[in-house]
Design a protein around this ligand. Structure first.
Ligand SMILES: *Cc1c(COP(=O)(O)O)cnc(C)c1O
Length: 434
């Protein structure tokens, strides 16, 4: 993206509302809000202009540059709502480009299948969102892409895993669901050292799922990541009405990823693009800041409760990765930003007993709580609670979950916008009923 199109010295929260100063994708100079662009196909005016559109597609010099009016052809190739959302997502993560997909999983499979080909290897952290784990374990090997699970807290161990065939290092930080952190800067240093020994065509890339932190709590590209993926379904969408995914990062992959999206077909619908653009991104910073203030209070409440064994929240000084959190989780103004997610375990004599306590508490919440809802997903205006072991992470075998730091009874809490006192009241009542 050309810097002259970006507003100079404005804050990120303002830019998430207004986007670029001039956008070639913006056809509506008299609208304050871009209209929902509901058109599956577009008028081409002449055979020559149509042919030019096909020639230019995925051969763009500067996507979205003001002097470059895209020739819209067909919704699956690109249309105004998605294109403007992509400009603003690139701003949100300070990326050179962004491309949206139908869901977070479509974005993750898109970037991985574009960076790696048959014969290559992807190294990933052993604990991941269940569907990402399943994609890597069950699907990638069918296409001849080797996947290796490693412990990315241990950088020496990671270094030993890397082979000449390794093309991608993939992880989440905070890790879903345990909220443990991986040191992005340190992994970046390791990759830079490895790449200094490789030719340009064999570079190793770092891809980070930044869904948990959101762009307003952590900026992996500035810490050395090559690509960030998001589930827009979560905090970026924020209201839980629409699915979506995005890849944000280096420019060189843009055309190939656009071709991939055209042929595999997992495009974000224009309507979902519009809600993320008009409601999601502009309110992201404000929502996350409020949710975060509440999360700190809820984490402190849980940590001090006699029935609670442990609380993983990057903002708690007692959290094992608190120092790393302070270094790498920052809001757009550079202040500590520990996020909106909490993982906790109730007391019990054995893992089985803790699992039973957790099950009881979540059922108490499901039946009695007003502000806490038992549901998967996260980053919603409503506070959501779920049991990763049997829900979001059920694709990971139970033995592997335990081996890699997931407690069988671990509870994941996503803080919403309700009054903090009400969330704490509902949690206290559920604990009193145990
Ligand atoms: C939900 C989620 C995904 C998948 O996103 P979808 O939009 O549901 O496809 C990927 N990564 C993380 C961390 C998630 O929480």
């Amino acid at each position: 993206m050309k810097t002259k199109d970006l507003p100079q010295n404005y804050h990120l929260d303002s830019m998430l509302i207004h986007g670029k100063v001039n956008s070639g994708n913006w056809d509506y100079s008299h609208h304050l809000v871009p209209p929902i662009s509901s058109s599956a196909t577009f008028k081409l005016d002449s055979v020559e202009r149509g042919a030019q559109g096909f020639t230019e597609f995925a051969h763009s010099g500067e996507p979205g540059a003001p002097d470059h009016k895209p020739i819209y052809i067909y919704e699956r190739l690109g249309e105004p709502n998605k294109n403007i959302l992509e400009e603003n997502l690139a701003i949100a993560e300070s990326g050179e480009m962004a491309l949206t997909f139908a869901s977070g999983m479509a974005a993750i499979s898109g970037i991985l299948c574009t960076l790696a080909v048959s014969g290559d290897e992807i190294i990933h952290h052993h604990t991941l969102y269940g569907c990402t784990y399943s994609l890597l374990k069950n699907w990638m090997p069918r296409f001849g892409i080797k996947t290796t699970a490693g412990n990315l807290f241990d950088l020496d161990g990671l270094k030993k895993l890397i082979t000449p065939g390794t093309r991608v290092i993939y992880f989440e930080t905070p890790v879903n669901p345990t909220l443990e952190l991986i040191d992005i800067q340190a992994v970046s240093d390791l990759i830079r050292e490895e790449n200094s020994k490789r030719g340009d065509s064999r570079k190793l890339y770092m891809v980070i799922d930044n869904t948990f932190a959101t762009p307003v709590c952590q900026n992996p590209l500035k810490l050395g990541a090559d690509f960030v993926v998001h589930s827009l379904t979560k905090n970026i969408g924020g209201f839980g009405t629409d699915m979506g995914g995005a890849v944000i990062g280096k420019r060189f992959i843009y055309d190939l990823l656009l071709l991939y999206r055209k042929d595999f077909g997992g495009v974000l619908s224009f309507h979902s693009a519009w809600t993320h653009l008009v409601y999601g991104l502009p309110t992201l910073n404000m929502r996350v800041r409020q949710q975060e203030r509440t999360a700190i209070q809820v984490a402190e409440f849980l940590a001090s409760h006699p029935l609670v064994e442990s609380v993983n929240y990057p903002g708690l000084p007692s959290f094992k990765d608190h120092d790393l959190a302070k270094r790498q989780m920052k809001d757009p103004e550079g202040h500590f930003a520990p996020g909106t997610m909490i993982y906790f375990v109730l007391k019990g004599k054995s893992p089985e007993a803790r699992k039973e306590e957790g099950r009881r508490m979540m059922n108490n919440l499901a039946s009695d709580a007003y502000t806490v809802t038992l549901a998967v997903s996260l980053g919603n205006v409503k506070t959501l609670v779920e049991h990763p072991g049997s829900m979001t992470h059920s694709a990971i075998p139970a033995e592997d979950q335990v081996l890699h730091g997931m407690e069988p009874g671990g509870i994941r809490l996503s803080i919403g916008l309700e009054n903090p006192a009400d969330i704490i009241r509902d949690l206290r009542q559920a604990l009193e009923k145990q």
